[in-house]
Design a protein around this ligand. Structure first.
Ligand code: NAP
Length: 437
């Protein structure tokens, strides 16, 4: 490998989520002469594992143990509460480090592009999921759950997550890290109907069988599906394994009948939103029936109004544009050639390929970018961590080390009630105080 005997390669990874950690893991496994700093704007590591993965999917969150093990390596360090542009510029990092990698994910909600999207009661899934997952940015979202009807736009796993979290009872959520302020809103809501609305059909839906199947096992909620739509599966001789499994689950769901006092979860297809209406707050959504076309869907002109007080659009995410870094506004990712943006700047994960795949998809991504970088860049005597520490000191920044994050983690574990795994803090000043105690 090129690094042998040629000094230390200093790598800065921006973003301490799955893409960042798998990339760090790959570098650490490949050579001792690599020093990796994983930088995050929050005082807490793990990105989407902490604030994106559903609170009732704790087994998926266990992958954080693997990231923590990466952090125990001598040549991998977490630096929390250090924000690009606020505290340090990308140019400064490029000067200090041999390599800078953007693993910043896709934190911005895609917009539906409809009038009325700014109304109170209308949220993107990033914001809504962040709210119930204790993300400091969304602590004060205050979504309106005092409504009998919620509409969820999109047919991916995020749409299913949102519906399930809205529908589960306090008892079903007892062993989760659902934010307590969100729990008290959700579990006193007056929701009677939840609609998950797809613009294409059930065969084309992006959700996976495990997530779809969970909807049919809820204590206080009955999923409903029009049996006539099963025909599309029956007539299709080219179904994938996933589609066949979804078909079997939808066949079971199609046999369900509404039950008194249980929330009705309508799996609705071939409809797209045309307008979001209300005065200051959302009152209803105008939907148009669609038909499948070779490259998507087309409206049929048949419209219907649906009264609702909550609308969550779960239609995907975009990376955050950074001044000076080429950005593809259509796909919402940084412009790169296989992850190489320019000079010593690279990107990985959702920031490179968009919001697709599972958490595990980021592992080969991290290995791939580490291999590519090690074949393209050699150590060049940069200041690396020492240089960054000097800058942090000069600017009197309150960064958080991995050891100090562990103090926050312990305090969160101690703050729980019952069998909840942790009670996540949302106040950054409080977290810094604990970290520096
Ligand atoms: P997704 O899987 O890409 O689904 C997005 C959905 O939004 C699609 O049904 C899409 O329909 C629809 N859509 C897009 N634009 C729309 C518009 N303008 N109007 C109406 N509908 C629109 O995205 P996601 O659900 O956000 O999930 C992101 C990634 O995270 C996925 O890879 C997902 O599997 C993963 N994830 C996994 C889990 C899990 O494993 N438990 C949980 C959450 C998320 P079209 O297909 O017609 O474009």
């Amino acid at each position: 490998m090129i690094l042998n005997g040629s000094g230390t390669l200093y790598v800065a990874i921006i973003g301490a989520g799955p893409a960042g950690y798998y990339t760090a893991e790959a570098f650490a496994a490949k050579h001792d002469n690599v020093h990796v700093d994983i930088i995050d704007r929050l005082p807490t590591p793990y990105g989407l594992i902490r604030a994106g993965v559903a609170p009732d999917h704790q087994s998926i969150k266990n992958v954080a143990l693997r990231y923590a093990a990466t952090n125990e390596k001598d040549n991998v360090h977490f630096i929390g509460n250090l924000e690009l542009d606020r505290d340090v510029s990308i140019e400064e990092l490029q000067q200090l480090y041999d390599v800078v990698i953007l693993a910043t994910g896709a934190p911005k909600d895609r917009a539906l592009g409809l009038e009325g999207e700014q109304l109170q009661g209308v949220y993107g899934s990033g914001a809504f999921v962040g709210w119930y997952n204790s993300h400091p940015d969304y602590r004060d979202l205050n979504p309106n759950l005092k409504t009998p009807t919620a509409v969820i736009i999109g047919n991916g796993n995020v749409a299913i997550d949102v519906a399930r979290i809205l529908a589960k009872t306090a008892q079903e959520m007892a062993e989760t890290d659902l934010a307590p302020y969100a729990a008290s809103e959700i579990h006193t809501s007056i929701l009677k109907d939840i609609y998950i609305i797809g613009r294409r059909g059930p065969v084309e839906a992006a959700f996976t069988p495990k997530e779809l199947g969970e909807l049919n096992k809820l204590e206080n909620c009955i999923p409903l599906f029009d049996p006539a739509l099963l025909e599309a599966f029956e007539e299709n001789t080219d179904l994938t394994v996933v589609q066949k499994k979804n078909f079997a689950i939808l066949r079971d769901i199609a046999a369900n009948k509404p039950e008194k006092d249980k929330i009705r979860l309508h799996l609705s297809f071939f409809q797209r939103p045309l307008a979001i209406e209300g005065n200051q707050s959302l009152t209803n959504i105008l939907l148009e029936k669609t038909k499948l076309m070779p490259n998507g869907v087309e409206g049929t002109g048949h419209t219907a109004e649906l009264k609702c007080g909550l609308l969550v659009s779960c239609i995907g995410y975009k990376a955050s544009p950074i001044e000076g870094i080429p950005y593809d506004t259509r796909s919402g990712v940084y412009v790169s050639s296989d992850g190489h943006i320019s000079d010593n700047l690279y990107c990985v994960g959702w920031a490179r390929r968009g919001p697709t795949g599972t958490i595990g998809t980021n592992r080969p991504d991290g290995v791939g970018i580490a291999d590519k970088i090690l074949s393209e860049i050699t150590p060049s005597g940069k200041a690396g961590r020492q240089g960054l520490d000097a800058l942090i000191q000069t600017r009197a920044l309150h960064t958080v080390s991995f050891a100090n994050w562990k103090k926050i983690e312990t305090a969160e574990q101690e703050a729980t009630e019952g069998n909840a795994p942790r009670r996540k803090f949302t106040n950054i000043d409080k977290m810094i105080k604990i970290a520096e105690s």
